[in-house]
Design a protein around this ligand. Structure first.
Ligand code: NAP
Length: 327
């Protein structure tokens, strides 16, 4: 296998990873293989379009790191995010969607066909669906980066097991923080849930479940101010009680940061209009200001960022793109 192909295979799962790039002009290039991108790929492939999905890591996006989902219709007992993502990919593959295991690092939407650039070359496409999603936001504390992988984590289902039987802290008050705290309470000795207000943003269904956990302590009106390290690993977190200004040192081996997400839009470098927080400005049909370029899922401006709305976006964008291509 030639070197580039090896590298490309290594970035994907190896499942259906294709190395076709370059000469051909795709009907549709999808950037990002989360639920939005995979659904755009499914709808485009079923509509007979030549479609390839570009993915830098593994298909699934944030969904692939979700242990248990209860609000995706059709699964009375809930479902595992990774399995759902894998099934979405297999379904799209069956209709001929191709996957390219390469990261799109730049785009040029000033010409037709549009251009996508990766470390391995360029790809031309008559339409583009951007479905690059979002990544966890950092707290911005000193040592946060250095201690990532040594106590600081942004994914409870990925790293929770490293803290089995130990005390951990979750920061945030949204659905991610709530889900992480519940998940970690089954593995860890004690979970501190630190939130900057005295009311969770998380969906009501989580509240009672959290209150009923015997090994969970809410730390309300508080925010982390300092990470304390010992022997190169996290040993504790100093939090400020925001109503009193008092500082409290909480010993813990793990800190799970769940304070929201940040869109993956840096690679666009001015090619599309972004809102003040970096999300792509797009209409309900995913259309951007550039004809033939659409945005689907968490990466675009929208009210509800969920898997179910991401897949809906993917379907709508693919249909819109198919109509655009037919003109
Ligand atoms: P989110 O809903 O934006 O919540 C972020 C939380 O972090 C908020 O409670 C916020 O506090 C807090 N926060 C933000 N910046 C902070 C800072 N600098 N310091 C301390 N706390 C900070 O984010 P999310 O929970 O990651 O969820 C993202 C989206 O995915 C949401 O739409 C969510 O509904 C969805 N999601 C859904 C599920 C599910 O349905 N099962 C699971 C996970 C995520 P405030 O409340 O004070 O603003």
């Amino acid at each position: 296998m030639e070197e580039n192909a090896q590298a490309r295979q290594a970035t994907g799962t190896g499942e259906g990873v294709d190395s076709q790039q370059g000469g051909d002009v795709l009907d549709m290039a999808v950037i990002g293989a989360g639920p939005a991108g995979l659904t755009a790929g499914l709808y485009a492939a079923r509509a007979g379009l030549d479609v390839a999905v570009f993915e830098r890591i593994t298909p699934g996006g944030q969904l692939g790191q979700t242990e248990h989902m209860e609000n995706y219709p059709g699964f009375p007992e809930g479902t595992n995010g990774y399995e759902l993502a894998f099934a979405m990919k297999q379904q799209a593959d069956r209709f001929g969607m191709r996957t390219v295991g390469e990261e799109v690092t730049a785009v040029d939407f000033t010409q037709d066909p549009k251009l996508l650039f990766t470390a391995f070359g360029e790809q031309r496409a008559r339409s583009v669906v951007i479905a690059t999603g979002a990544r966890p936001r950092r707290l911005g504390l000193e040592l946060e980066e250095e201690l990532q992988g040594r106590g600081v984590s942004y994914c409870a289902t990925c790293d929770g097991n490293f803290f089995r039987g130990q005390d951990v802290m979750v920061v945030g008050g949204g659905n991610t923080a709530a889900g992480d705290a519940i998940y970690l309470s089954r593995i860890c000795r004690k979970v501190y849930l630190v939130h900057r207000r005295d009311k969770l943003r998380a969906t009501a269904v989580y509240h009672k479940r959290l209150e009923d956990l015997p090994n969970l302590e809410f730390v309300w009106d508080a925010t982390p101010r300092k990470l304390v390290a010992e022997d190169g690993a996290l040993a504790g977190v100093r939090v400020e009680m925001l109503k009193t200004g008092e500082l409290r040192d909480i010993p813990c081996a793990g800190l799970f940061v769940a304070v929201g997400t940040q869109p993956n839009t840096e690679f666009l470098d001015g090619a599309l209009e972004l809102d003040e927080t970096g999300y792509i400005v797009a209409g309900e049909s995913g259309e951007t200001a550039v004809p033939g370029v659409y945005a689907a899922g968490d990466v675009r401006t929208k009210g509800l960022r969920q898997v179910v709305t991401a897949v809906a976006d993917g379907a709508v964008c693919a249909e819109e793109a198919a109509e655009f291509l037919a003109i």
